[in-house]
Design a protein around this ligand. Structure first.
Ligand SMILES: [Zn+2]
Length: 297
């Protein structure tokens, strides 16, 4: 029923089985998911999927593209070997200042603080989403001071270097990924800001600088952009025009959905997969059952 629609899966973190980190997808679960995709779908690069959405003829049946956000090393360590094993392509969206080792991603700092013993009240279970909602509305400098304040209230300081699970890939690792022919590198901005809080100059520089930096250091064209946080409230229509003007040919979001042929290639919805997604839910998402149930709700 959903064969004429495409699916773009969105991953973030991966782990070996023994680690306690429910948000990250364990290697064994990821292998089962890829085996399911191999048996029932056609996994193609995101850029090809975007071309198909634009083409006047129908798109390939049961098409899937894999995407992984942010640029963390756990992708190279745990998911890339599976992509090689299954010979499946994926797009890896990287935050360029994070790869350069300038800072770790601010959302990870919040998640790290929330995982510490005696986490501040605002970061405790059930309240974390509200805290993120508040942070998403602040300008980057104000937001960063608020995060430092929360850490100070917990009497800990945020380490300068990210802990191993939040560490970035190096440029050399990104080159190896790209050289494999399986992984396309896309941009996920310079500093992972919420675009709706930025001036026009700032959003332009996040788009243009990340793209030119990745292209310069990898020697490859960057054609896809991934909006940080990527929910409809995180950007304005003018930003979609900026993405296009900065030379990108498509952009992905985080809201749930399955794009049809003719869909706007600058607001592509995705299907999120985390360590909390069991196989039955995964199958319901990629089969489109969840999508159609959502339309009926
Ligand atoms: Zn992100």
């Amino acid at each position: 029923m959903s064969a004429d629609m495409a699916r773009i899966l969105m991953y973030h973190n991966f782990r070996a089985t023994e680690e306690e980190w429910p948000d990250a997808v364990a290697v064994a679960a990821a292998r089962t998911q890829l085996a399911y995709l191999r048996d029932h779908f056609r996994v193609i690069p995101l850029t090809r999927l975007v071309e198909q959405l634009r083409s006047p003829t129908s798109i390939d049946k049961n098409t899937v593209a894999l995407t992984v956000d942010d640029g963390r090393c756990n992708f190279c360590e745990f998911f890339f070997p599976l992509l090689k094993e299954f010979r499946m392509p994926a797009t890896f969206f990287v935050v360029s200042s994070f790869i350069c080792g300038k800072d770790w991603i601010w959302t990870d700092k919040i998640l790290w603080l929330a995982r510490q013993p005696h986490a501040h009240e605002e970061l405790q279970h059930g309240k974390l989403d509200l805290f993120f909602d508040k942070m998403n509305r602040l300008r980057p400098d104000v937001r960063n001071s608020r995060i430092d304040e929360v850490a100070a209230k917990m009497k800990i300081s945020i380490p300068k270097e990210p802990p191993p699970e939040y560490a970035p890939c190096s440029w050399a690792q990104l080159r190896e990924l790209a050289d494999s022919g399986l992984v396309e590198i896309g941009s996920h901005s310079v500093t992972h800001p919420i675009f709706s809080t930025l001036t026009d100059e700032e959003s332009w520089s996040e788009l243009a600088e990340s793209r030119s930096q990745i292209e310069r250091l990898l020697g490859r064209r960057v054609s896809c952009f991934c909006f940080p946080n990527g929910k409809p409230s995180d950007f304005f229509p003018k930003h979609l025009q900026q993405v296009q003007d900065a030379g990108y040919s498509s952009a992905v979001m985080t809201h749930f959905g399955m794009p049809r042929r003719g869909a706007d290639e600058y607001v592509l919805p995705r299907i999120g997969v985390s360590g909390k997604t069991d196989l039955i839910s995964f199958m319901k998402y990629v089969d489109g059952v969840e999508y159609y149930q959502g339309l009926l709700r």
